[in-house]
Design a protein around this ligand. Structure first.
Ligand SMILES: Cc1cc2nc3c(=O)[nH]c(=O)nc-3n(C[C@H](O)[C@H](O)[C@H](O)COP(=O)(O)OP(=O)(O)OC[C@H]3O[C@@H](n4cnc5c(N)ncnc54)[C@H](O)[C@@H]3O)c2cc1C
Length: 431
């Protein structure tokens, strides 16, 4: 019998385990994968953006469907406490542009090592390659969990028929269980939706999940065959706007994008994707790129006229280099449907308007996202209405607690998601 069982050794589960151990509890930490925290180790492109130093009020603006839910967790354990927590574990941090905090070593691996080393030196029992398949609940009180050895072939998770057939099933008992099994994004790291399924088994309702902070797939976007130079090209300082089918603006961002071979990514696309996560692929949405956001349409048209006048003998492709990087010329040609090899003086005023339109309103229809495989976070999850925000205990099952992305909590990029995981992991263990 344990005091606390924690399901999932990701960011939130590791935090819960450390706090539970510090309370003197007998702790069992169960991880499905052969190694814990596979996702934490690849965060921030391997550098791990741990948190953000924005004041609480501003921080909350970047968080979740219901930011007030996080208030009790953040008032107990916020970025200052997190930085001190890691310093106590021997991990120094540095602050970068935009208040983003990283380990000073620049290695996400060191964040993981600081936590796991602490746990391995404590009396926390860590079971790896062990998948929790069922919560044991009696009369609305958690009693423990059922597990099976995890093999990559066990794809049908929490399938009871299959479960019965596996002889190595083992149960573990505790009156407190913290469900920290993550969401559905990057399933290859172990977070493949088990947490959601286990919460459902405890009768929790689920806010429909969808990939968020993810690249967008576009209609008639064929870089491989039509404009290969564009693949992996980064474009800086532009405005991206997403509109609905009526042309109403839903959201906009200013910054950088990256053209990929099958989608468009980059910081502002990820941020926008979060705001339309539940609509992408279901409703008609348009992505509009303003490639010259600092020049008004009329002034840009005058500049085009002047430039094209001076370069009348050159072909259009060459003249356009005054306005566009080389990598974008083929896309412009495809979008404007003009022969760019003819001399610039042959360009009609209608054709010039098409080029102007490309520069100011380069439109694509969004046909979906790159999915959970490439999504940084999961939007949706366990309904927050059924969780007590002051303790993170289930309102339906006594002794069952939640931590991290399994809940209907997601945030922008910038260190917000990991702070949510760490703060909720802390609070769930605290009570
Ligand atoms: C590529 C990438 C980069 C990111 N970079 C950043 C960043 O720099 N900053 C930031 O703030 N956020 C970042 N995030 C988001 C952040 O990593 C997550 O929000 C955070 O890890 C969620 O923590 P968690 O503990 O809830 O879940 P996870 O970290 O996903 O951990 C859940 C754990 O539970 C285990 N598990 C699942 N099911 C079971 C089961 N049935 N039995 C036992 N164990 C189970 C999983 O194997 C996994 O180890 C990034 C995400 C990705 C994908």
């Amino acid at each position: 019998m344990y005091d606390t069982i924690i399901i999932g050794a990701g960011a939130s589960g590791l935090m819960s385990a450390i706090i539970s151990v510090r309370k003197g509890e007998k702790v069992l930490l169960i991880e499905k994968m052969p190694q814990p925290a596979l996702k934490l180790r690849i965060t921030g492109k391997g550098r791990c953006n741990l948190t953000n130093t924005l004041p609480l009020k501003d921080f909350l603006k970047h968080c979740g469907s219901e930011p007030r839910f996080l208030y009790p967790a953040f008032t107990q354990f916020f970025h200052n406490e997190l930085i001190t927590f890691f310093e106590d574990l021997g991990l120094k941090t540095i602050e970068e542009r935009g208040g983003r905090i990283f380990p000073k070593s620049g290695k996400a691996q060191d964040v993981f090592l600081a936590m796991i080393n602490y746990l391995e030196e404590s009396n926390c029992t860590i079971l790896k390659q062990t998948q929790v398949t069922k919560l044991i609940i009696e009369e609305s009180q958690i009693k423990g969990v059922e597990t099976i050895p995890f093999e990559t072939s066990n794809k049908e998770l929490c399938n009871h028929e299959r479960h019965k057939a596996i002889p190595l099933q083992k149960s573990y008992y505790a009156n407190k269980v913290i469900l920290a099994a993550g969401g559905e994004s990057y399933p290859q790291t172990g977070s493949s939706g088990d947490g959601i399924r286990l919460a459902k088994q405890a009768q929790h309702s689920i806010i429909e999940t969808c990939p968020s902070l993810v690249g967008l797939k576009l209609k008639d976007y064929n870089p491989i065959t039509e404009y290969p130079n564009l693949i992996d090209f980064e474009l800086h300082n532009l405005r991206a706007i997403i509109k609905d089918k009526t042309g109403k603006k839903l959201c906009e961002e200013f910054g950088d994008i990256i053209f990929r071979e099958n989608a468009i990514e980059g910081p502002i696309i990820l941020t926008l994707s979060r705001q339309i996560a539940s609509l992408a692929g279901k409703e008609k949405l348009l992505l509009e790129l303003d490639l010259k956001p600092n020049i008004e349409q009329k002034i840009l048209d005058k500049k085009l006229l002047m430039e094209f006048d001076q370069r009348g003998k050159e072909n259009i492709k060459t003249s356009l280099r005054a306005f566009l990087p080389y990598e974008l010329i083929a896309l412009a040609q495809a979008k404007c449907d003009i022969d760019f090899n003819k001399p610039t003086h042959q360009l009609s005023s209608n054709e010039r308007k098409l080029i102007l339109h490309f520069l100011k309103n380069c439109n694509f229809e969004i046909i979906g996202t790159l999915g959970f495989e490439r999504a940084v976070v999961t939007q949706g999850g366990v309904n927050l209405k059924e969780i007590n925000p002051k303790t993170l205990e289930s309102k339906l099952t006594k002794g069952l607690y939640f931590a991290g992305e399994v809940m209907d909590l997601d945030a922008d990029t910038g260190g917000f998601n990991l702070q949510i995981a760490f703060s909720t992991g802390y609070l769930a263990a605290q009570n």
